[in-house]
Ligand binder design. Structure first.
Ligand code: SAM
Ligand code: SF4
Length: 318
């Protein structure tokens, strides 16, 4: 496989406990059925093939990955794969405290919690759920469970939460948490509004520097996505910026995406996918490996920010 594909985003379900207005996870016309999901054995077999072909980081995502039955076993079995250096997860955090109270995760090294507002009413209007306190409790529980690498993803939407930038920086400083600000980009029918709704990372940096002083760039993390990290001169945890709109990062993209039913997408923005799940279920393991390799090799052709398809973030996992 081309050396550029070292990171696999693995969606475990297309369902979600929230219905964020920019994502609309509960508004889909049809959801996958349980038997369409790759089961834990299939996930493990596929992950071994991916690792054999160069993948070093698997991120579990969704929909909401904590809704997936058997999530502890999925994490444990993937984390035990030799050669896989990092298993991480992106979650909305709502079920985090309960999931960790049932059993801690074994092998999960990094957790990203999506949290776009620190205001209870706003949280409810964003997600449809009065769940801010539970998410905050989940973040505390993650730290108490020894998860040291917890990062908060803040998707900024102009006019909705861009007045909370400084509050999030303080939130990170007080709790020693990495805060990552993400530029909103449009999916499905929400495209037209996007020009006015994203907040450019450069503007976010200016706002932060006005209040907290200069930020020093620290570059990106190896094995990970396109986030660029900075540090405040007063110290504290890093701040990350994901500039999906203002900085095309296609040429440096190292990611592949697998849906919960085994469709492999070389890019978020293409209609093209390889149905590795069906081949796997037919027992055609060599063909699966070849198809993964071909899809990764051809990735450059699909890496265009031209958005050739309408897609739902909750199906492909962001
Ligand atoms: N439910 C989990 C969560 O929210 O963390 C995992 C799936 S969610 C689709 C993954 C990430 O995609 C979240 O951090 C969310 O903020 C981000 N996301 C969703 N829609 C987006 C959009 N239109 N632009 C940028 N990021 C988006
Ligand atoms: Fe669910 Fe995540 Fe989409 Fe929000 S962004 S609706 S939490 S999948």
């Amino acid at each position: 496989m081309t050396h550029t594909c070292s990171y696999l985003r693995l969606s475990l379900t297309d369902r979600c406990s929230f219905d964020c207005f920019y994502c609309g996870a509960q508004k889909k016309e049809a959801f996958l059925s349980d038997r369409e999901y790759l089961d834990v054995g299939e996930l493990e077999r596929l992950a071994r093939l991916f690792v054999g072909l160069g993948i070093r980081h698997v991120r579990l995502t969704g929909g909401e990955p904590l809704l997936r039955a058997g999530i502890h076993d999925i994490v444990r079995r993937l984390a035990a794969i030799k050669g896989l250096e990092l298993v991480s997860m992106t979650t909305n955090g709502f079920a985090l405290a309960d999931t960790l109270a049932a059993r801690p995760f074994v092998g999960l090294r990094r957790l990203n919690v999506s949290l776009d507002t620190l205001q209870r009413g706003r949280f409810r209007s964003l997600t449809g759920v009065d769940g801010l306190e539970r998410v905050l409790e989940g973040i505390r529980a993650a730290r108490q469970n020894g998860l040291t690498d917890v990062r908060i993803n803040v998707l900024l939407v102009r006019g909705f939460n861009d007045d909370e930038i400084a509050s999030f920086v303080r939130f990170g400083l007080e709790r020693d948490l990495v805060i990552r600000f993400i530029e909103y980009f449009p999916t499905q029918k929400r495209r037209q509004a996007f020009r006015s709704l994203y907040v450019a990372s450069a503007d976010v940096i200016k706002i932060i520097e006005t209040t907290f002083g200069p930020l020093a760039p620290e570059g990106s993390d190896p094995l990970s996505g396109p986030a660029q990290y900075y540090r405040l001169s007063c110290g504290g945890p890093r701040l990350g910026f994901i500039s999906s709109v203002t900085h095309f990062f296609c040429s440096g993209c190292n990611r592949l995406r697998l849906t919960a039913d085994g469709k492999l997408f070389p890019c978020l923005h293409t209609e093209h996918y390889a149905d590795v799940g069906t081949l796997l279920r037919a027992g055609r393991i060599d063909d699966v490996a070849n198809l993964i390799a071909q899809t990764a090799e051809a990735k450059g052709r699909y890496n265009k920010m031209t958005c050739s398809r309408f897609f739902e973030m909750s199906s492909i996992g962001g």
